[in-house]
Design a protein around this ligand. Structure first.
Ligand SMILES: [Zn+2]
Length: 196
């Protein structure tokens, strides 16, 4: 058997239309599911190792072109040293709580574009873990934002879709890793990569 190690090049990016398709529910969590998780983790970490200013906070299976409802979320967002992820299979938001708050987001599947996206500050989530056990938990703050972003991926929604009409919500990273506003009319409005 030949082991194929997933690389950052295996991460699909816009305008790939698969990013706007709905993923399928996992019927049974199997070794195949866990291999998918291993592939996602390898691709996310390979991407991170190529980026000096960014961390791979999370990844959805569709981003390595597998239309299955599997998401991995970094266990510690503040440390590049901790390379562990939490696995969520068939994740669903059962309740939105708190308030809508706009903050910065980026995506491994959207090159060089960041956005200020409104998200709920608190959510309740249900999912299966990597062994297929049912789990329920509450999330708030950045974790809640990340999970909303990833569940969107399983539904074929990319973060830019939430802010398509918001003229002052788009940013890019400069060479120092600082976010700079993008001119909407010039770089966003008719950007064929973002909107196909
Ligand atoms: Zn994303």
């Amino acid at each position: 058997m030949v082991a194929i190690i997933m690389k950052k090049e295996d991460i699909i990016t816009l305008p790939n239309g698969h990013l706007r398709q709905k993923s399928e529910k996992i019927r049974n969590v199997t070794d195949g599911t866990r291999q998918l998780v291993a592939d996602m983790t390898a691709a996310a970490l390979d991407w991170e190792d190529s980026r000096p200013h960014e961390i791979s906070a999370a990844l959805a299976a569709v981003q390595i072109d597998r239309l299955e409802r599997v998401v991995i979320v970094r266990s510690d967002f503040d440390s590049k040293e901790s390379r562990e992820f939490t696995v969520l299979v068939n994740p669903e938001i059962v309740k939105y709580e708190g308030k809508l708050e706009a903050d910065y987001e980026g995506c491994l599947s959207v090159k060089d574009v960041y956005g200020k996206v409104p998200r709920y500050t608190k959510i309740r989530v249900k999912a299966l873990d990597a062994e297929g056990n049912a789990i329920r938990f509450k999330a708030s703050g950045f974790l809640a934002r990340v999970i909303q972003h990833e569940i969107d991926h399983t539904n074929g929604i990319v973060f830019v879709d939430h802010i398509r009409e918001t003229t002052d919500a788009f940013y890019t990273l400069d060479s120092k890793g600082e976010l700079q506003p993008l001119n909407y009319d010039e770089h966003v409005k008719e950007n064929s990569i973002l909107w196909d």
